[in-house]
Design a protein around this ligand. Structure first.
Ligand SMILES: [Zn+2]
Length: 234
């Protein structure tokens, strides 16, 4: 199993690692700072550097949901051998945008009292779909989001057991995304103090001021009971 350093510290930009498996899917290492696609957040990109200085571009990071295996996607995995000592370096600017958007979606979640049906975090925009019939006004939500940003609310994370989560089903906001349960039978909770608390395996900023000013770009009606809210950095 890969040790997920991004979960302990989402601000780590690179790490040393040892290659533990190479398949046509990609390269697995003993530890990584690369977040694998999941929970609506894109997989990380960046580079892998071999001991001789050769640089290999990582175009995506994926996780096999059944085996739990995480792998870095590269064009030619055969260029790397099991046992190689490598350096993994994130495309930090891209990842930081994803972190800011992910935290912002948690803020959006806290403002709208309806179940989330799906979500997506891209490099230049993010969206959430709500199971909601009523129309939504862009302006007041933009104002409320920027107020939460200005309040600079700190983020913290902790783990609870499966049984504790099952006893509090109201914590699960996103119907299409399963809570990030792990092999130890625990689930990570992400909390923005006093504003939002929910199970989440994604990467976040340390406090909401880092999100910066945001703007609701559009609200679309997707089906009779679905409102899609897309936001961008202002
Ligand atoms: Zn999340």
């Amino acid at each position: 199993m890969t040790r997920d350093l991004y979960r302990e510290d989402s601000y780590l930009k690179s790490c040393e690692a040892t290659v533990t498996s190479v398949t046509e899917l990609g390269i697995e290492t003993d530890q990584t700072v690369f977040y694998p696609l999941g929970g609506g957040q894109l997989g990380d990109t960046g580079k892998l550097t071999l001991a001789d200085g050769t640089e290999i571009t990582i175009t995506d990071t994926r996780k096999d949901r059944e085996s739990g295996q995480e792998y870095h996607v590269v064009e030619d995995p055969a260029a790397v051998t099991v046992g190689d000592k490598v350096t993994l370096t994130l495309d930090w600017e891209r990842r930081y945008s994803l972190m800011r958007f992910h935290s912002c979606l948690h803020m959006l979640c806290s403002l709208i009292d309806a179940p989330v049906t799906s979500g997506s975090i891209q490099v230049d925009r993010a969206r959430l779909d709500f199971d909601l019939q009523d129309p939504i006004d862009k302006e007041p939500i933009t104002v409320a989001l920027n107020e939460l940003v200005e309040r600079d609310i700190p983020m913290s994370s902790r783990y609870i057991t499966d049984a504790e989560l099952d006893a509090q089903p109201e914590l699960v906001r996103t119907m299409s995304v399963q809570p990030p349960r792990n092999a130890q039978g625990t689930i990570r909770l992400v909390e923005f103090e006093g504003v939002d608390l929910q199970p989440c395996g994604g990467t976040h900023v340390a406090s909401t001021a880092e999100i910066g000013r945001v703007l609701i770009k559009k609200v679309e009606k997707k089906g009779k009971q679905n409102r899609r809210i897309t936001l961008v950095f202002d």
